[in-house]
Ligand binder design. Structure first.
Ligand code: SAM
Length: 423
């Protein structure tokens, strides 16, 4: 971080202004260059500060409301939130308070609020860290808590919220040898074969990154390809492929992979990932519903609400409002129907989404079974190392939740089902 720590903190506050004020996603903002002027170290620091603040936002607001007669403008409020979270995570009070006061005092319109910033953060520094641990894990906003509580019940939601608050370690998928990757990165081997690294730091500086021995992929996200079990030489379609975590798994199994995604920019990342890992796939930039071909096996990782990834993307509940659910659910059904027409008789298709909503998982499969007389669920495909039979859902799929593996650090929420076509 720079000497004063002001540039990274100012950028963290900017990210929060955009996420909380304009409903933008962190990935969108970073992709559009919001942090490009910072040093790599400050860039990582700004993202970490914004992420930590979003995870602890409800707690920060609880502590701050005691000291505020009325809410200041959003930028000052966000500066106070970042400062509060830093203080409650153990940062030295004088550094945090000075940096935040500087940040506010240099603001064109808000400089007059530097006194308030100073006074409030000094009070938080005195009382906040002790009070922090007594507050509940922050709750999801109502638009998401409602449907999830209806699907999984109040106790499960509280466990998921605790998992979101805890955040996520870094998971890696090995190209060939998980034990060797665990050793070179100082990680542990998870029951399903992924490698988990705590406090990883800069990913591109880790052992084995340049030589392409592994790629970053949450342990839950690595399971759809394991369930598909691609074989050497099989013609496999990876539908909705970018940024390519699953494409690399398929290619590493020596399948003949065709990867389709409609985003040019995201497909460029698939190409970069394949080049780094020395793996091969045919890349097609196209709407999934227009693709033609005939395949032994298909992986359909459909676009979805991404509500299973909140431990790693705590901006999502604040940037979204659920208004896109219906359109996504409709699109997923169209993708399933078109993909099914590309599958050879006797072939298998894994349908998956990183969603916690049954409408984007269990219900999609129930409805697809009713539409396609030649479709069966292959529940036996879920018999894989480390997959707990208790995670299975009624229709024969796999329901993964962020509160599973709580003692190991959790996993992303996912839905996975293997669908087999009659001969
Ligand atoms: C869940 S992500 C895929 C993640 C990827 N399978 C992986 O493992 O790295 C969904 C992808 O669907 C793509 N997508 C969205 N609409 C699409 C469409 N109409 N046709 C093809 N791809 C689409 C998005 O660009 C996004 O990359």
């Amino acid at each position: 971080m720079s000497d004063t720590g002001v540039p990274a903190r100012r950028s963290a506050v900017y990210l929060l202004d955009q996420i909380l004020g304009e409903g933008r996603l962190m990935s969108e903002l970073v992709g559009a260059g919001a942090l490009d002027r910072l040093t790599p170290e400050d860039r990582a620091r700004a993202q970490r500060l914004a992420t930590d603040t979003l995870r602890g936002l409800e707690r920060a607001d609880r502590l701050l409301q005691k000291h505020l007669k009325k809410y200041p403008p959003l930028t000052v409020r966000n500066a106070l939130r970042v400062g509060t979270v830093e203080l409650c995570h153990g940062a030295a009070a004088h550094g945090v308070v000075n940096a935040m006061v500087q940040l506010v005092s240099r603001h064109k319109r808000l400089g007059h609020l530097k006194g308030l910033t100073n006074a409030v953060l000094r009070k938080v520094a005195e009382e906040g860290p002790e009070a922090w641990a007594t507050l509940r894990a922050p709750r999801l906003p109502k638009w998401l808590r409602g449907p999830l509580a209806q699907a999984w019940g109040g106790e499960a939601i509280a466990a998921m919220e605790a998992a979101h608050f805890a955040g996520a370690p870094l998971d890696l998928t090995a190209k060939t040898d998980p034990a060797a990757v665990a050793e070179m990165t100082g990680g542990i081997l998870l029951p399903t074969g992924s490698v988990r690294v705590e406090d990883a730091g800069q990913v591109s500086a880790m052992a084995g990154y340049d030589s392409g021995e592994w790629w970053v992929q949450d342990a839950a996200a690595a399971l759809p390809v394991q369930v598909l079990a691609p074989q050497q030489g099989e013609q496999v379609l990876d539908l909705c492929a970018a940024p390519g975590g699953k494409t690399m798994q398929l290619a590493a199994a020596d399948a003949e992979v065709t990867a389709v995604d409609d985003s040019d920019g995201r497909m460029a990342r698939v190409a970069e990932n394949l080049a780094r890992t020395g793996l091969q796939a045919k890349l097609v930039v196209q709407d999934a519903r227009r693709h033609e071909g005939y395949y032994d096996a298909i992986l359909l990782d459909a676009p979805c609400s991404a509500t299973g990834t909140i431990r790693r993307h705590p901006d999502l509940p604040f940037a979204k409002d659920g208004s896109e659910f219906d359109a996504l659910i409709q699109m997923q059904a169209e993708f399933i129907d078109h993909a099914w027409s590309l599958l050879k008789p006797g072939g298998r298709m894994v349908f998956c989404t990183c969603s916690l909503l049954p409408d984007e998982g269990e219900v999609q499969v129930e409805e697809a079974l009713a539409r396609h007389g030649d479709m069966q669920v292959d529940a036996a495909a879920l018999e894989r190392p480390g997959i707990d039979p208790a995670w299975r859902s009624e229709e024969g799929g796999l329901r993964l939740r962020p509160d599973y593996w709580a003692d190991l650090g959790g996993m992303d929420g996912f839905y996975i089902a293997c669908l087999r076509k009659s001969d």
